[in-house]
Design a binder for this molecule. Structure first.
Ligand SMILES: CC(C)(COP(=O)(O)OP(=O)(O)OC[C@H]1O[C@@H](n2cnc3c(N)ncnc32)[C@H](O)[C@@H]1OP(=O)(O)O)[C@@H](O)C(=O)NCCC(=O)NCCS
Length: 177
């Protein structure tokens, strides 16, 4: 079972909304911190579409099926990540893989700081952040995990390039090309 990733093109952001709507309510609550229904999701997608330059979506797929997404919101020198892995595909290292790729993407685009917001009860995401070197602190009852991103260098650029080629290969393979 090969997991490969790709960035969603701007014209396909609506697909992210459809995928969110297909997820179970417990996952959506863990992710958003509130129970967000279809209308709330539509509102969110409309908001992203109005500000495409600051929203990026790294999608993980298995056999052409979406299994996880990292939403990257950027402002000034900071990126904020939000990650969801579909319930049936958890504990397989997919978030680990995606976070590593998203970190490198942000590093190579000269962002300096990463933030991830987690609700206090969300133990898996707090552990994931800890594993990747983010420092957590309590902010108004929630947890804000942050890290300073390392500067990009030729190795990180090369690494991203190779990673993209591998992902592209598996993507084309999944399309039967
Ligand atoms: C949090 C979440 C993204 C983890 O995804 P995942 O693909 O299952 O995570 P991985 O298998 O890659 O695990 C990576 C690390 O995360 C941590 N982790 C993941 N699930 C965990 C769990 N149930 N309990 C404890 N630690 C966990 C561990 O540190 C793990 O490393 P390890 O396997 O070496 O112990 C997933 O549970 C999820 O989508 N939850 C719902 C949405 C959500 O809460 N998003 C966070 C808001 S930003």
């Amino acid at each position: 079972m090969t997991v490969y990733t790709r960035f969603l093109s701007q014209s396909h952001i609506g697909k992210y909304g459809s995928w969110l709507k297909s997820l179970d309510p417990v996952t959506l609550r863990a992710y958003f911190g509130i129970g967000l229904g279809p209308q709330g999701i539509d509102g969110l997608i409309r908001k992203f579409k109005k500000d495409l330059a600051h929203h990026h979506f790294l999608v993980a797929q298995i056999d052409n099926k979406w299994v996880g997404v990292i939403h990257i919101a950027s402002y000034e020198d900071t990126v904020e990540f939000g990650v969801i892995i579909q319930k049936e595909y958890r504990r397989m290292g997919i978030a680990d893989q995606m976070l590593g790729e998203a970190l490198m993407w942000a590093q190579n685009r000269q962002y300096k700081k990463l933030i991830m917001h987690c609700i206090v009860e969300n133990y898996p995401i707090r552990k994931l952040c800890q594993k990747h070197g983010l420092i957590a602190q309590n902010v108004y009852g929630d947890v804000e995990a942050t890290m300073n991103l390392p500067k990009s260098n030729w190795l990180s650029v090369y690494h991203e390039l190779i990673q993209r080629q591998v992902n592209w290969y598996y993507y084309l393979k999944s399309l039967g090309a």
